[in-house]
Design a protein around this ligand. Sequence first.
Ligand code: SF4
Length: 444
Amino acid sequence: MSTSSATLPRIGFVSLGCPKATVDSEHILTRLATEGYEISSTYDDADLVIVNTCGFIDAAIEESLDAIGEALAENGQVIVTGCLGVRAELVREAYPQVLAVTGPHADGEVLDAVHRHLPRPHDPFVDLVPPQGMRLTPSHYAYLKISEGCNHSCAFCIIPALRGPLVSRPIHEVMREAETLAEAGVREILVVSQDTSAYGVDLGYRTGFWDGRPLKTRLLELARALGELGVWIRLHYLYPYPSVDGIVELMAEGRILPYLDAPLQHASPRILQAMQRPANTENALERIHRWRAICPDITIRSTFITGFPGETEEDFEQLAHFLEEARLDRVGVFAYSPVEGAAANALPDAVPDALREDRRDRLMALQEDISTQCLEARIGREMTVLVDEVDDEEGALARSPGDAPEIDGLVIIPDGEGLTPGDFVQVRITDCDVHDLYAERVDV
Ligand code: SF4
C-alpha cells in the first residue's frame, strides 16, 4: 500500500554555518528523503524542524540560538544538530524543550532522533530521490567534502575540539560522489574540508581503487582524478606546504581551476608561531612566487587576522608589507575575536578591540587597491565563465575560474539574455569595479 503525499511526515530544515556544515545538512536531507520524509519549506507545514547550527564564533552561536528560538516559536518540535550541539548544555539551558541535541557530522544520531519523534513512513519513495542526493547549493555547483576534523591545534580555533581529528573519506567514495554529481549535471565541484592539503594523512595515503585502477588517498592523485570528470574543480583550504606545488602544476596544465584558497592568517613568524598555524615555518612569500612561476594565471585567495594577542605594531607592519609583496587577488581580513574554549584566550598581551579593528581597516584599505589592480589586469582578456543567475535588469551574473561562489566577485554580462544558470560562456572582460568584472559575450 502506498502512502499518499498528504500523509507523509514533513520536516523543516534550517542550515547555518560554513560549507562543511552545508554538506552535513545535505547528507541528512538525503537520508531523510531516501526514507520517504518530505522536506517542508515552511515552519507551519512541518511536523518537526531540524536546525543545523554553527558554533565557531560568538556571533554564530547567537545566530544559532536565535534560529532555534524561532523554530520553537513557529513550530515547537525542534531537533538541534551541528557545531553548537557539542555544547548541548548551552542549548538546553536556553531551550529545555528541544527534542534532541547532537554534534556535527552525526547523520545517524539525527535520524535516530527523527525516528523517535516522527516515525518513518511505510513507503520510502526511494526512486524519487535523485542519485546525487539532496543539495542546498544551486544545481550547477556542489560542495564535495573529502575529510572531517583536523589534526592541527590553531590557538584561535575550536574546530578540532568540536569535530575531532582528521578522518579522510576513502578515495573511491569521494570519486563516486564526484562522478555522480558530474553525471547529474553539476558543472563545478568545490572541494572542502578543514585542511584539504592533509587529505589521506590519517590513512597513510593508502591505495584505493576507482574505475578499476589504483589511486592513492592523497590530494595530488585525487585532484588529478577529479580533473578527468570534465567539470570545474575548485580547491578550498590548502596550506603553503611544498607538496602544494604539484597541485599548482595540475592547475597550469588546465586539469583543475587555477584557484588556490590558502588561509594564511598572518605573516609575522612570531605571531604565526603563537597561533600554532600549520606550515608556520614555511616561507609563504617564496611559495606564492613559486606558485605564480608555475601557473601565471593562478588566482590566490587568503584570509588574515589582525590584533591576535601579542601582535605589536611591528608584527602588523610585517603583515602589511607581506600583502604588498604577495599581491594576493582576494583577501578577507578579520579583527581577532576570542572564541570560548580556544587556547588563545589564555595568551598575554591582548590587543584592545579598537586597535584590532583599526588594523583590520588599514589592511583592508591597502588590499583594496591591490585587488582592484589584479582585476584591472584582466580587462581585455577572454575567458570562459560559468553563469550563476540571470537577472532582468543586470543581465547574466557569472563567475570566472578565479571566483568562488559566495566569497569572491562576479562577472556581470549585461548582454546575457538567453543564458541560463549552469551555462559556460566565452566572454571578453571590458571593465571592473572593486569586486566585480564586467564582460561582453564573444561568439566562438
Ligand atoms: S587548521 Fe587550524 S583553523 Fe583550520 S580547522 Fe584546523 S585548527 Fe582550526
